[in-house]
Ligand binder design. Structure first.
Ligand SMILES: Nc1ncnc2c1ncn2[C@@H]1O[C@H](COP(=O)(O)OP(=O)(O)O)[C@@H](O)[C@H]1O
Ligand SMILES: [Mg+2]
Length: 220
């Protein structure tokens, strides 16, 4: 589904972060990429999400070459196909949980009927992620673990086929980290959403079906 071919990326003063890296993500797969801090995990994820560009290499998504996309095509690629979960929850404090979750829908306006269908889907997700009771709360009224689960629902609203997660459990305690890991896999298996999780957590990585390590700019 997503193919990265011979991807290289350097930063001034740092030299090569990614060095002719190759990665294939199949439909419905779950893959962890681990590596120490500074090894290039976020760089890899940002390139896969077209937030950053490689110096060289090719990227194909569902057979289409996507590196030539301009910024609005890249935004559409992300909005249609990709969900994101980052280490910090990035919820807006003046919006309720439900409003935060519905936010990605603003990018592509819906008819009232379609909005209603989405709302029903969100209710199913809230239930699945076990946060239905939080829907009308504001971010300051919920815990960090709960906020991260809200982020996960928000990432799924546009029915992505690939979820990109960058240290999703990085600010969670062990118990909440395990719960989030389990929920990610449930979503992956029940909805067939492919999962690319970059993390330094071996625990989280062990919950994914496949596991690669980032070493000297390559996946091994
Ligand atoms: N925008 C940037 N400009 C310069 N150096 C960067 C930039 N982004 C990342 N780096 C450097 O690239 C390396 C890899 O960073 P990163 O991908 O964030 O690693 P990780 O997520 O594995 O901790 C680090 O040495 C980091 O300092
Ligand atoms: Mg990082």
């Amino acid at each position: 589904m997503l193919i990265l071919e011979n991807i290289s990326k350097s930063y001034a003063g740092r030299g090569k972060v990614l060095d002719e890296l190759n990665l294939h993500i199949e439909k419905g797969e779950s893959l962890a990429v681990t590596g120490p801090s500074g090894s290039g995990k976020s760089t890899l994820l940002n390139i896969a999400g077209l937030m950053d560009r490689p110096d060289s290499g090719k990227i194909k998504f569902q057979g289409n070459s996507i590196l030539g996309y301009d910024s609005s095509e890249a935004a559409e690629y992300r909005n249609r196909n990709i969900g994101f979960v980052f280490q910090d929850h990035l919820l807006l404090n003046h919006l309720t949980v439900k409003e935060n979750i519905m936010l990605p829908l603003l990018a592509s306006p819906l008819s009232d009927d379609d909005y209603g269908i989405k709302e029903k889907y969100v209710d199913i997700l809230l239930d699945k992620i076990r946060i239905t009771n939080l829907k009308d709360k504001f971010p300051f009224q919920i815990s960090g673990g709960e906020a991260q689960r809200v982020t996960l629902v928000r990432a799924l609203v546009n029915r992505p086929s690939l979820l990109l997660a960058d240290e999703p459990t990085g600010s969670l305690d062990q118990k909440n980290a395990n719960l989030l890991g389990r929920l990610l896999r449930e979503i992956n298996e029940e909805y067939g959403i492919a999962l690319l999780v970059v993390t330094h957590s071996e625990d989280l990585a062990s919950m994914m079906r496949n596991h690669l390590r980032l070493s000297e700019g390559k996946l091994v």
